[in-house]
Design a protein around this ligand. Structure first.
Ligand code: SF4
Length: 229
């Protein structure tokens, strides 16, 4: 197994809703989101081996429900992630993936092997290139999102908001686009400066969730989850 992992969290109750899960942080990512707080995982280095993970999981039967493949971007090494997912399922655990949908072709290869998907939606499609610094990201994200919604798998869509990258209008466009594609829920998360390498974003952060925006977003998508004031 050639899966390169940057780390392992032995227990989490928040990375796969309703499940007690271990979280594996896959190394590598083709995008360079300006707010990324996992830039230490961009390089495809391995800090923990698969035999170590297998040994750990063998002692967690009855204590863990599932294993979450997070990152970095798990689709950056989809063949190895696929093999790992098969092994985790054989060992009797549920499976989940956190991804930004960087490659619909690779997403199609792992989707049948996961029970739940946390999909990072960067913003309205027109803002992808500015956020990810990859001009092809918009098309990849759109196809992956459509694939997820068509799959019938349980999912969570989440968007990190920094007001320098997403305006009130951008957020309204994002929610309208998601509704049009058939999504009825989205979680908006505040930008976190920890781990972010973009000095401008760290310096110029301001509160963005005004009462008007809260009202407008809820009118478009009643189930939207917003940060608490
Ligand atoms: S897709 Fe995720 S891991 Fe990759 S740069 Fe963006 S936030 Fe970071």
């Amino acid at each position: 197994m050639k899966l390169r992992l940057g780390g392992l969290v032995p227990w989490s109750s928040i990375d796969y809703p309703g499940q007690q899960a271990a979280v594996l942080f896959c190394s590598g990512c083709p995008w360079r989101c300006r707010y990324c707080h996992n830039s230490h995982l961009w390089e495809s280095r391995s800090r923990i081996s698969w035999p170590e993970v297998s040994e750990f999981l063998a002692k967690r039967h009855g204590l863990l429900d599932a294993v979450v493949f997070s990152g970095g971007e798990p689709l950056a090494q989809s063949a190895a992630v696929r093999s790992a997912l098969i092994e985790v399922r054989r060992a009797g655990f549920g499976t989940a993936i956190h991804t930004a949908g960087v490659s619909p072709r690779r997403f199609a290869q792992v989707l049948p092997l996961v029970d739940w998907v946390g999909l990072d939606v960067k913003g309205p499609f027109s803002r992808y290139a500015a956020i990810t610094q990859d001009h092809r990201s918009q098309d990849a994200a759109r196809e992956s999102l459509k694939m997820l919604l068509a799959s019938g798998k349980p999912y969570e869509l989440r968007t990190t908001v920094h007001p320098a990258l997403l305006s009130h209008r951008d957020l309204m466009t994002l929610v309208a686009e998601l509704r049009e594609l058939g999504a009825d829920h989205l979680t908006l998360k505040d930008f976190r400066p920890t781990g972010c390498e973009d000095a401008e974003l760290k310096t110029h952060y301001e509160p963005w969730l005004t009462p008007e925006l809260r009202r407008d977003l809820r009118a478009l998508m009643p189930a939207i989850e917003l940060p608490t004031p």
